[in-house]
Design a binder for this molecule. Structure first.
Ligand SMILES: [Ca+2]
Length: 216
């Protein structure tokens, strides 16, 4: 009887934690607006733009924020351009997510390693852009064998602000955040000094989907 009670209690506790946690204070909303607390501090900074990176186990979230000029059309044919190059530093495989305003509804995914360096693939990435912000959500499933650490090149071309020498930020390293049970407990505000040290709580949670708050 006692065992059954403990099992039932464990299931209830697990359900509570599984359904009520988020990867950050709130999941980034891909709407071209940086709201307070949405992205935290910039992950990478150049003199001309900031880059914000977050991830859960399904998606990579990236925001570009220019410090001047505009990402939107200027009316004289000029266009903004934001490219995200994602590389596996071990294999040098590279994926390029490219957006230019000539095709405002389209972001292109190019797999820039063999078999075809210029092959354009269909992407499930979503994006939104406003005058100074470009937000992007990339499915991690599109980055095959990416590994835990990613190398990035960023291209942020804002009209009236950057040129071809200032729009780049090369070789930025990012290690994917992977949630543990301890992260989940802490994220729910559960107190306890032992959470960070208990061996059983340091295991990664497989297939955790923070984007919609359900576990698989
Ligand atoms: Ca947003």
């Amino acid at each position: 009887m006692k065992v059954k009670f403990l099992v039932a209690l464990s299931m209830i506790v697990s359900l509570f934690f599984v359904t009520s946690v988020s990867a950050t204070e709130s999941e980034p909303i891909i709407d071209g607006v940086l709201t307070e607390g949405e992205w935290g501090e910039p992950t990478f900074v150049s003199d001309y733009f900031n880059i914000y990176i977050l991830n859960d186990t399904d998606y990579l979230y990236v925001a570009f924020e220019t410090k001047g000029g505009t990402y939107l059309p200027t009316g004289d044919g000029d266009v903004g351009m934001m490219n995200l190059y994602v590389m596996n530093p071990d294999t040098e495989e590279c994926w390029a997510y490219c957006w230019i305003h000539r095709t405002p509804t389209l972001i292109e995914l190019k797999y820039t390693d063999p078999p075809d360096p210029q092959q354009t693939l269909t992407t499930e990435a979503t994006f939104a852009v406003t005058e100074t912000v470009f937000e992007l959500r990339v499915p991690l499933s599109e980055l095959e064998s990416i590994g835990d650490t990613i190398a990035f090149h960023f291209l942020s071309y804002a009209q009236g602000w950057t040129d071809w020498t200032t729009c780049w930020l090369f070789d930025q390293s990012y290690t994917l955040w992977k949630p543990t049970k301890a992260d989940v407990l802490s994220g729910n505000g559960i107190p306890g000094k032992g959470i960070a040290n208990a061996p059983g709580l340091q295991k990664l949670i497989p297939n955790w989907n923070y984007a919609n708050g359900t576990g698989n």
